[in-house]
Design a protein around this ligand. Sequence first.
Ligand SMILES: NC(=O)C1=CN([C@@H]2O[C@H](COP(=O)(O)OP(=O)(O)OC[C@H]3O[C@@H](n4cnc5c(N)ncnc54)[C@H](O)[C@@H]3O)[C@@H](O)[C@H]2O)C=CC1
Ligand SMILES: CC(=O)C(C)=O
Length: 252
Amino acid sequence: MQDNIVLITGGAGGIGQAAAKRFLDGGAKVVLVDLNMEALESAKENLSSDNVHLIKADVTNEEEVENYVKETVDTFGKIDIFFNNAGINGPFKEIKDLAKKDFDLVMSINTTGVFLGMKYVIRQMEKQDYGSIVNTASNAAYIGSAGMPAYIASKHAVAGLTKTAALEAAGSNIRVNAVAPAAIDTNMLSDIQNNLTPGEPEKSGEAIKAGIPFGRFGTPEEVAKVVYFLASDDASFVTGSMYNVDGGMQAD
Ligand SMILES: NC(=O)C1=CN([C@@H]2O[C@H](COP(=O)(O)OP(=O)(O)OC[C@H]3O[C@@H](n4cnc5c(N)ncnc54)[C@H](O)[C@@H]3O)[C@@H](O)[C@H]2O)C=CC1
Ligand SMILES: CC(=O)C(C)=O
């Protein structure tokens, strides 16, 4: 990974930051993209490295996506690895009660954001004739879940986009894979727990853990290690695949 340039969206969040740390430890330089500048500044402080470049951007806005890719290339000359990771869970409502604007918001961040990121990064990686992309899918890419229709739909779409991008980009020596985590201990999981049992998140926490063969939440670092593997040359013959980091949930 020495001197590789790694572009990470959702870089201020739990999984994005853990991935940044893993790549920095491997000798890479990281570019963190996020909507939240304050959280980006605090991520940079936590990572305490000179090799962290911050870009505030909204992954749903095509112009901002084109610009975060351009700024990365203008600054560092290339993009070796793209961790396409920004996402939200959205409100907990069944299909019959979910407002279209809330459905659209989740789809625009989790799916359109992933599509737009790949659109501009693949153009750059084609010029380089190499590159590696890891999209963040989820256990939600395989299953249904009452009360999370938009999130589930958005992550199924990420699985489809990953396979399609892998086929389209294989001829340019670009690999595209996805990581499919479940129940990772970040702000997103706290928010889910709060929504399931308002005021008593520990109750839903215990219920979620009971459905995980390992009986515990995963850590962002456990996801970061798999992302690092998929991004690296150790996965040189791996493309179009989705790696579960879910404590055994998909085996059940
Ligand atoms: N925590 C979990 O249990 C799981 C998380 N995931 C996925 O992992 C990814 C990362 O999530 P976490 O680190 O857990 O959550 P997080 O909430 O800590 O991080 C998400 C980050 O995405 C950023 N973001 C949201 N909307 C954005 C936008 N429009 N433009 C740019 N950045 C935006 C947020 O500001 C935040 O920093 C997401 O795609 C999520 O769906 C997948 C499976 C399980
Ligand atoms: C948020 C998510 O994708 C979970 C809990 O699997």
